[in-house]
Design a protein around this ligand. Sequence first.
Ligand code: ZN
Ligand code: ZN
Length: 311
Amino acid sequence: MRALVFTAPGVVEMLDVAEPTPGADEIIVTVEATGICGSELHGIRDTAFRKPPLVMGHEFVGLTEDGTRVAVNPLTSCGECDSCRRGQTNLCRKRQLLGVHRPGGFSERVAVPKKQVVALPEAIAWEAASLIEPLANAVHAWGLVASERPLNVGIIGAGTIGLVCVLVAAGASVERLVVADIAGERLAAATRLGATETAARLDGEFDVIFDCVGAEATHADSISHLRPGGTAVWLGLLSADAPFDARDVVRMEKIVRGSFAYTNDEFRTAVDLAPEVDLGWTDSFPLEQGALIFSELVGGRTDIHKAVLRP
Ligand SMILES: [Zn+2]
Ligand SMILES: [Zn+2]
């Protein structure tokens, strides 16, 4: 079968690969759509986390052998460790990601553990359904601060994760939802999806700020623009470094929280939520064009809000 394979630093290419063989309690999913994640665009620069040769792709949907339309939760958990027993399956001590630790969705077919598939609502299109995985990230991030009832929310970065955070925050009836990004096309999309204001950079104070970039500057901005006692939620993974004013964190009791992926329950919540929000902003391309699209996105193309590959 055909697959888009990460073969060396900076290189993805279409290759003929062996058909997947399902292990015990696994099934074959015929892939219909797989989103390209920002973490993959950055991830192919080195081999520290994703090890070539690898079929990446963790945002995918498709058909099981009995014809059921499913979303695949790509984050596996053991169900037995202390994190899993607390319900924090996203923090499982043995967690693995399809498309990182084992083959993912940039191929015609993929073997997945049976417990990772969730049936899709009938009405949803394949391309929109491929956004369920990013949407689940936003469901989780919002869940970390929902009890604070934030009314004045900032979002840094209007890529895919920023945009799904806009959808979830807008659905929670916040009063002010400001989205910052340096790309005008992305800000226009944020406005369509529910942002009340947009800017190149955040200004003023917010109850909660979601940093969906994770650069050094955005780490610092996400803290400096909090109100006293406010919370920064970090989803972006661009940089390991975070220069910020630690005294400001102490004196103003600011909170910084990491947000990684989603629990199994939150993934199901995202599947249920998907038909009720606007996920119609993908651009789809044949899988065969995957290498070209990867290189354009790595090169900085910003007119695509979400590239989805279809085998
Ligand atoms: Zn991702
Ligand atoms: Zn576990």
